[in-house]
Ligand binder design. Structure first.
Ligand SMILES: *[C@@H]1O[C@H](CO)[C@@H](O)[C@H](O)[C@H]1NC(C)=O
Ligand SMILES: *[C@@H]1O[C@H](CO)[C@@H](O)[C@H](O)[C@H]1NC(C)=O
Length: 702
């Protein structure tokens, strides 16, 4: 679909045959003449721009930390896990907030498969016959407060009574290391520390190595009682409606369908606290711990096992259909209502969710308050702004994924950008991510926002001073709601947060109290995030030429090419197709940048110029879709983006082109000739994707 759309844009701007073009030219002259005669004094663009800038100033000056603190307090009064009754309160809170501001509000529901714990127990049985029941609660009155017990969503029910073995981060290289030590994990309960791999990948590797169960602990000094809940399902969205929206009454796969089952691990797992892990790890025998694995936990871990300590682990969970709710507020664009700028944050939380995700929700609600204020002062955006409050992100980006799947063609043809904020405030420091055409806008906007932690600096000054080689992350990860927008729909996106690696992640300690004590005592970091987020949206919604710069994308592609060529060892595979396509892309990016500059300088307003701007904007908006491929990544066809996406090989040093990464991995298991051919094929596919993006951006049919 997206393919077709890009072609249409290209055709609109393609040159018609000469005789026809002379004719068209005369018509255009006539129209131009008519307009200059009859509408000589239409509003000059510079004054509309000044107006918009005045409102943007208004946006910044109407910030308060008090409102944000109040929203966060209200959202975090109770735990609000997706699909549970208390989560309805937060849905209602967000809906009411939008409605009371006079915003056009609606809610979209889906029926999706969620997963909850019923019972779990872990005990350690020592060689001397003693045993201890490990504590699985974080707060004394946890159940009464409605905090869900620690668990991994979608873990199968099961039990294991077996020797424990320490596998470090549970990566392939860790199992290879164990192999060298002569340690096998077959028939054991694996104890792994979190940090090297996504949760589901840790379980997959343990399963592949023959383990019976996995206990995954988080290290940490301050919150040693914390258990990191999380999903172990692979892939994105509702497992019963892969690739389409899980609307009530719509098609839903059977629970036993192989498409459904392949999303879940086959062995049970659950999180452990640092304190609980220590009890097991401190008592292992057999092989010595490799020196570089020692830096874990407080007590000494000397041996990796297996045993002699045995672990008795039982887990019982249930998977059930639950209704989830995405809440939207729509601010209709005045001039281009059919172009969308989306701001999204999820609302559901494992527990109280003060950082994850409601620091972001508080910022979203404050942006809504300030936009509504601006509307009362007479502002309307040029393009439509949509505020999105997603549900069930924690289970696998379900709310956002279902909605993107449901609206794929509308988003593909009309979405200008998606701006995501998940754990808005975790501590100090600014950590943005973006698809590269938005880098420049990110720099410009942070120059206008005050740094929350220093007196006289802008956020940009502080950010660039503390990170001399300013790093902007790329969006190939699948851990937040930008993933379906970038990786399934090809929508240019940004993801921003303040602070990183907060110690109470997914635990019962992620509370309002933690935020006021550690995360953001004065709520000024909340103000900074809302400032950047809202201002990004305002530029994307109001600037007459979209603030995209594809030169930065071209640079990133060149970097990706360099990484690849450094990792290619032999000569039978050629990167030449990539070189050519990246050159074409860079050329188109330069051309688009020059056109944009000219049109920005255009003082007069006419229908022709408006159309020209719209045509250029369409190319800027749609170029990202060129990277999509109908067949998607090898073996993961939902992931359509061939430049940014999750590689299967988590140890790969390549940051881009996940399909090429995976081809390297697969090639190891093939004959040399077939392996090389598979890699070469992926290189060609990426080259063609870059060419598609280049021709959309250039606007000409090749
Ligand atoms: C393991 O734990 C389960 C559940 O608590 C219990 O029923 C079972 O008897 C235990 N097995 C052993 C060998 O202790
Ligand atoms: C808001 O910021 C001011 C100035 O930094 C501070 O005095 C006040 O306590 C903050 N309010 C809240 C609710 O954090």
């Amino acid at each position: 679909m997206v393919h077709l759309l890009s072609k249409q844009t290209a055709m609109l701007t393609a040159k018609p045959p000469p005789s026809c073009s002379v004719f068209l030219f005369i018509i255009v002259l006539c129209i131009l003449g008519f307009y200059t005669l009859h509408y000589p004094h239409s509003t000059p663009s510079s004054s509309t721009l000044r107006n918009a800038l005045r409102f943007h100033q208004n946006f910044l000056s109407s910030a308060t930390n008090y409102t944000m603190a109040a929203y966060l307090r209200a959202l975090t009064l109770h735990p609000h896990l997706a699909g549970t009754k208390p989560s309805l309160e937060t849905i209602h809170y967000v809906e009411t907030h939008f409605k009371d501001l006079g915003l056009d509000t609606h809610t979209v529901q889906y029926k999706t498969l969620l997963s909850y714990p019923v019972h779990a127990s872990v005990s350690a049985h020592f060689s001397d016959g003693r045993y201890v029941e490990l504590p699985l609660i974080e707060l004394p009155d946890q159940a009464a407060q409605g905090v869900v017990q620690p668990y991994h969503a979608y873990s199968p029910s099961g039990s294991a009574y077996a020797k424990a073995v320490f596998v470090n981060y549970g990566r392939d290289e860790d199992y290879r290391r164990l192999g060298v030590l002569g340690v096998k994990v077959t028939g054991c309960v694996v104890i792994a520390r979190k940090g090297g791999l996504p949760r589901s990948a840790v379980v997959q590797r343990a399963e592949a190595n023959g383990a019976l169960a996995v206990l995954l602990y988080t290290e940490g000094d301050k919150f040693r009682k914390g258990f990191e809940r999380g999903t172990v399902m692979t892939g994105m969205g509702d497992p019963l409606s892969p690739g389409w929206a899980g609307v009530d009454g719509g098609e839903s796969l059977d629970l036993e369908d192989s498409e459904v089952l392949k999303r879940f691990p086959k062995i049970p797992s659950m999180p452990l606290s640092a304190e609980a892990a220590e009890i097991i790890l401190g008592s292992l025998g057999d092989a010595q711990v490799p020196p570089e694995w020692r830096n874990t936990l407080r007590s000494k871990v000397d041996h990796v096992g297996p045993g002699p300590t045995m672990v008795n682990f039982t887990y019982e969970g249930e998977r059930k259909l639950a209704t989830i709710h995405n809440v939207f507020a729509v601010i209709r664009g005045l001039e281009e209502p059919d172009r969308y700028v989306l701001l999204g944050n999820h609302r559901d939380a494992w527990t109280y969710g003060a950082v994850d995700p409601n620091s972001g929700t508080a910022a979203l609600l404050d942006i809504a308050r300030r936009f509504s204020l601006m509307m009362h002062l007479g502002w309307s955006p040029r393009r439509t702004i949509i505020l999105c409050s997603w549900d069930a992100e924690e289970f696998g980006m379900i709310g956002s994924t279902e909605w993107v799947e449901q609206n794929l063609v509308n988003l593909g043809s009309k979405a200008v950008a998606y701006l995501n904020v998940d754990c808005a405030v975790q501590g100090p420091g600014f950590f943005p991510g973006a698809t590269p055409q938005l880098d420049n806008l990110l720099f410009e906007v942070t120059k206008k926002v005050k740094d929350p932690d220093s007196e006289a600096l802008t956020l940009y000054q502080k950010w660039t001073a503390t990170n001399p080689d300013v790093s902007i992350q790329r969006l190939g990860r699948t851990d937040s709601d930008f993933a379906p927008f970038v990786q399934h729909a090809g929508v240019p996106s940004i993801d921003i947060y303040y602070g990183r690696d907060f110690p109470v992640y997914h635990t019962a300690f992620d509370s309002y109290e933690w935020m006021t004590k550690y995360g953001d005592p004065l709520f000024q970091r909340h103000v900074a995030v809302a400032g950047v987020w809202g201002l990004l949206a305002l530029h994307l919604a109001d600037d007459s030429i979209l603030p995209f710069n594809y030169l930065s994308y071209a640079d990133q592609l060149k970097e990706g090419y360099k990484d690849l060529s450094n990792n290619l060892l032999d000569g039978t595979v050629t990167l030449h197709p990539l070189v050519t396509s990246i050159q074409e892309f860079a050329f188109a990016a330069k051309g688009a940048e020059m056109e944009a500059k000219k049109l920005r300088e255009q003082e007069t307003v006419s229908d022709l110029i408006t159309l020209k701007k719209r045509a250029l904007n369409d190319r800027l908006m749609l170029a990202e879709r060129g990277f999509l491929d109908a067949d998607g990544l090898p073996g993961k066809k939902w992931f359509k983006h061939l430049v940014y996406g999750p590689p299967s090989d988590h140890e790969s040093k390549l940051q881009m082109f996940p399909g090429i990464c995976d081809a390297f991995l697969l090639a190891r298991r093939m004959s040399e000739r077939r392996g090389q051919a598979a890699i070469q094929h992926e290189i060609w596919r990426v080259a063609r994707a870059i060419q598609r993006a280049a021709s959309v951006l250039g606007g000409e049919l090749p």
